[in-house]
Write a protein that binds this ligand. Structure first.
Ligand code: ATP
Ligand code: MG
Length: 364
C-alpha cells in the first residue's frame, strides 16, 4: 500500500514514535522493533488548544511544540533523537488515483510530475509529490497511480516542529494511510477489502483498501464537532456544555432520560453515514463498485467514532461488519501502561500506532 510520503533522516535509536497531531488532541505511540516483535513502550495524549491546528496546518507552532513535548513526556521513555513519523490531513494534502501514459518504470516519475500539476491548486513547486503505482498498465497503455501531494510549507512546519521537540523527522505520512497500516498489522489476511473510517474532530478520513492497495481515500467535512454543534444549537447550550452532553449519551441511563439528545445523535450519525455513502458512490469506478459490495470489514477509529448508532448505521449502509480498531493487538505491551487506555481508548490511537509502525524510507 502507498505508505510513507517521504523518508527523511534515519535516527540511530531503534525507538519509533508515531505522533498524531489532531485538531483536538496530540496522540503519541512509542514502539521498539525487537527480535520478539513490536514492543509498545509508551503512550501519550495531550489536548490541543483550540485553534492551534487548523485544517491540518499548525497555526501556532510554538504551542504545538510544547503540547507534543508533554505528550512525549507521558511515554516515560527517552525520546530525544528517536525516529518520528507524522501524519498529514486536510486541505494540505491531495490524494488522487490517476492514469498516466506508461512508457516504462524509468519514465514514470517524469510522467507523474507532468500529470500532477492538474491536480493541485497552485504551482507544483509549492508541493512535495509522491506516488505509488497500482497494478499493471491497462490495454490503452496507461498505468494507475496513487498520487499524493503535500504542501511544502506545511511539511516544513511539521519538520521544524519535530526538530524543536528534539526528535528526528523520519517519515511523513497521511492519517488515512496510517489507520489502514495499523489495521493491517493486526490482521492476518492482507488480501481482504477493508474500509477504515477515522472520525476526528472536524473531519472523517476514509480509506478503502483492496488486497492491501488503496482504492478510495477521502477526507469528509464531518467529525465529532458536528455533533457538538448540533447539540449546542438545538438545545441552546454553550460549546462545553454540549461537549459534556455528547460524552454522556453512550450512558443508557442518561439516554433514557434525554430523548431530545438521542434524536440529535441519530441525526448526526445519519448525516455522517450519508456523507460516507455519497463519497463512496461518487469516487467509485467500475472496479471499486464491486469492491464496495464486498467489503470484509469496516474499521472504526478516532474519538468521534464512539457515538451510539454509528457502527450499526455504517454496517447497514455498506452491508458489512464493523469493528473498532484495536491497534495494540499483537504488540508486546509494556506492563506499566494503563490497561484501561490500551483496551478502552485504543481506537483513539489508531493513527499514531499506524505511524509508529512506519520505518524511514518504508514502502510496502
Ligand atoms: N467518548 C466520546 N463520546 C463522544 N465523542 C467523543 C468521545 N471521545 C472523544 N470524542 C470526540 O472525538 C473528537 C476527537 O477525536 P480525535 O481525538 O480522534 O480527533 P483529532 O484526531 O484530534 O481530530 P482530527 O483527526 O480531525 O484532526 C472530538 O470531537 C471529541 O468530542
Ligand atoms: Mg485524528
Amino acid at each position: 500500500m502507498a505508505s510513507s510520503l517521504f523518508g527523511f533522516l534515519h535516527g540511530t535509536k531503534n525507538i519509533q514514535l508515531g505522533i498524531d497531531v489532531g485538531a483536538s488532541a496530540v496522540k503519541v505511540v512509542a514502539v521498539e522493533n525487537t527480535s520478539k516483535g513490536i514492543k509498545l513502550l509508551g503512550l501519550g495524549w495531550e489536548e490541543t488548544p483550540p485553534g492551534a491546528v487548523v485544517d491540518g496546518g499548525l497555526s501556532d507552532t510554538r504551542t504545538i511544540t510544547q503540547v507534543v513535548k508533554s505528550a512525549l513526556e507521558q511515554t516515560k521513555i527517552r525520546y530525544k533523537g528517536a525516529n518520528a513519523a507524522i501524519g498529514l490531513r486536510g486541505i494540505n494534502v491531495v490524494f488522487k488515483r490517476i492514469l498516466v501514459p506508461f512508457q516504462g518504470m524509468a519514465e514514470l516519475p517524469k510522467q507523474v510530475i507532468l500529470e500532477a500539476q492538474q491536480h493541485v491548486d497552485s504551482d507544483l513547486e509549492h508541493w512535495q509529490i509522491d506516488y505509488e503505482a497500482i497494478g499493471i498498465p491497462n490495454t490503452e497503455g496507461q498505468l494507475a497511480v496513487l498520487l499524493v501531494a503535500a504542501k511544502r510549507a506545511i511539511v516544513e512546519q511539521y519538520v521544524e516542529m519535530l526538530k524543536q521537540v528534539g526528535v528526528l523527522p523520519a517519515v511523513l505520512d497521511c492519517d488515512a494511510f496510517a489507520v489502514s497500516n495499523s489495521f493491517e498489522f493486526t490482521q492476518q489476511d492482507p488480501e481482504k477489502t477493508n474500509l477504515c473510517v477515522d472520525v476526528g474532530r472536524d473531519t472523517t478520513k476514509i480509506h478503502l483498501t483492496v488486497g492491501g492497495q488503496s482504492s478510495i481515500i477521502r477526507s469528509l467535512p464531518v467529525g465529532g464537532s458536528h455533533f457538538t454543534d448540533l447539540i449546542s444549537r438545538q438545545l441552546n447550550v454553550n460549546h462545553n456544555e454540549a461537549e459534556a452532553i455528547k460524552w454522556s449519551i453512550a450512558n443508557p441511563d442518561f439516554a433514557a432520560g434525554h430523548p431530545d439528545v438521542v434524536s440529535i445523535c441519530q441525526h448526526h450519525t445519519q448525516e455522517l453515514c450519508e456523507e460516507i455513502k455519497k463519497t463512496m458512490e461518487f469516487y467509485s469506478g467500475l472496479e471499486t463498485q464491486s469492491a464496495i459490495r464486498a467489503i470484509d470489514a469496516v474499521v472504526l477509529s478516532g474519538g468521534g467514532s464512539v457515538v451510539p448508532g454509528l457502527s450499526e448505521g455504517i454496517s447497514s449502509l455498506l452491508n458489512a461488519d464493523t469493528v473498532y480498531a484495536s491497534p495494540f493487538k499483537g504488540m508486546n505491551i509494556n506492563p506499566k501502561i494503563d490497561e484501561n487506555v490500551t483496551s478502552r481508548y485504543s481506537h483513539q490511537f489508531a493513527v499514531a500506532a499506524g505511524l509508529a509502525l512506519r520505518r524511514a524510507g518504508d514502502r510496502t
